[in-house]
Design a protein around this ligand. Structure first.
Ligand code: PMP
Length: 459
């Protein structure tokens, strides 16, 4: 169908007439005209106008293997021809779902052996939060239901996920759910003031403890946090933060959920952010990199503490999705993990990330608007600043980020802006030559950004 009508279609006009986009100001989109992405290969996207753009975000942090890997296409086609779908409700299962759960249990941090599938990170988060409440209710503590998240946290767009996240615009639009509380994020660059990063990491964790004591630990079900807060600005916690959160959750008997939807499956140079920081979660939400985004799939992993209650005490758990354990998604997930292993892409992310940050430092590190270049493995951020020495933000936070993002795209590099923080998370398959190219394009874009805002910058 697409081939027959392609030349006659005005895709932009039809998109504007009929297609509503996620997280989009539609008036602004329709004025600018949507970009039609036609195909992609490796780390490059190609739009309908013939532009070639390096995908510095791996789609939405997910396309770890890069685009157009034939092995994933073959895995999907083979499974579609064998069993394209069957549910896992009717005391039935399928082999890819079982094989993938077994594989995940073997690569997951110790103790996380049980898998509940969904299609998206949001579904995994929803499942984790519902499960936390079901857990306490089943143990006779129904009052233990408050969920603690963090400012700038992102946990998806379902009602529970949006409530657990700390994005104030989301709360403003759909209203706050009761029994969700937010504490400060371990964002040293933006909130650390005169403290050292280590001091600030401890301070941020102790603020969570203060909040728990204020609420009463007997009322708190769970603390949910991304190992590195992704959408909120790639906020990398100081080394002191997670050990203290581990201690606090243990001391006050609060379930700990690590939201690994971005960090999971190698982005940090370890299989999970939990491995990198030594987090001790009871549950871990994963999605995105599980299939490199080729098909929708999420996996919530849980330890025996939680799973024993679900399996032995809850009876029927009234929860699940039509596509839980989808055989085609699971077959693609299995193949994806096999390739990550065979091509050493998880361990490789550490050296590639170091190289990328070194090249970025060479290219743009001395610019007066570049306040910090940070990263772990192949996830990172660049802070734009009005004063490098004092870490001062620009007036009207978010404005310069958009200018810089537009220059990046014009230079051929897809980056994302959160406030005035530029984010990057390229495919783990990126090569050294592509890393050089990434930095060269960033140089063009950041120099142009500096030229645009020069008058506002302390030199
Ligand atoms: N948790 C985190 C940490 C995420 O980054 C995201 C998506 N960016 C989600 C949950 C939600 O995932 P999805 O968009 O697949 O629902």
């Amino acid at each position: 169908m697409l081939d027959n009508i392609d030349s006659a279609m005005n895709w932009q006009a039809l998109d504007a007439a009929h297609h509503l986009h996620p997280f989009t100001d539609h008036k602004d989109l329709h004025e600018r005209g949507v970009k039609v992405i036609e195909r992609a290969e490796g780390v490059f996207l190609y739009d309908a106008k013939g532009n070639k753009i390096m995908d510095g975000m791996a789609g939405l942090w997910c396309v770890s293997l890069g685009y157009s890997r034939p092995e994933l296409v073959e895995a999907a086609a083979k499974q579609m021809a064998t069993l394209p779908y069957y549910n896992t409700f009717f005391k039935t299962t399928n082999k890819p779902a079982v094989a993938l759960a077994t594989k995940l249990a073997s690569i997951a941090p110790e103790g996380l052996k049980h898998v509940f599938y969904g299609c998206s990170g949001s579904e995994a988060v929803d499942t984790a939060l519902r499960t936390a409440r079901v857990y306490w209710q089943t143990l006779g503590k129904p009052e233990k239901k408050i969920i603690i998240g963090r400012e700038y946290g992102y946990h998806g767009s379902t009602t529970l996920g949006a409530s657990a996240g700390g994005m104030v615009d989301m709360h403003r639009q759909s209203g706050d759910m009761p029994n969700f509380v937010h504490v400060i994020p371990p964002y040293w660059y933006g909130k650390g003031g005169q403290m050292s990063p280590e001091e600030f990491g401890l301070y941020a964790a102790k603020e969570a403890e203060k909040k728990i004591l204020e609420l009463g630990p007997e009322n708190v079900a769970t603390f949910i946090g991304e190992p590195i807060q992704g959408a909120g600005g790639v906020l990398i916690p100081p080394s002191t933060y997670w050990p203290e959160i581990n201690r606090i959750c243990k001391q006050y008997d609060i379930l700990l959920i690590a939201d690994e939807v971005i960090c999971g499956y190698g982005r940090t140079g370890k299989w999970f952010g939990t491995d990198y920081f030594g987090i001790k979660p009871d549950m871990m939400t994963t999605a995105k990199g599980l299939t490199s985004g080729y098909l929708p799939l999420s996996a919530l992993l849980m330890n025996n503490r939680v799973a024993d209650v679900l399996i032995n005490e809850v009876g029927e758990y009234y929860h699940g999705f039509t596509y839980s354990g989808h055989p085609v998604s699971c077959a693609v997930g299995l193949k994806n993990i096999e390739i990550l292993e065979n091509e050493n892409l998880v361990e490789g992310a550490t050296a590639k990330g170091e190289l990328l940050r070194a090249k970025l430092n060479e290219a743009i590190g001395d610019l007066p608007i570049v306040g910090e270049i940070r990263g772990v493995g192949l996830i990172g951020a660049i802070e734009l600043t009005a004063d490098k020495r004092t870490r001062k933000f620009f007036e009207k936070n978010g404005r310069v980020g958009v200018i810089c993002r537009d220059h990046c795209i014009a230079a051929g590099l897809m980056m994302r802006a959160t406030r005035d923080t530029m984010l990057f998370s390229p495919p783990l398959s990126i090569t050294e030559a592509e890393i050089e190219k990434f930095a060269a394009m960033a140089k063009i874009a950041f120099e142009k950004t500096f030229a645009d805002v020069r008058a506002e910058v302390a030199l």
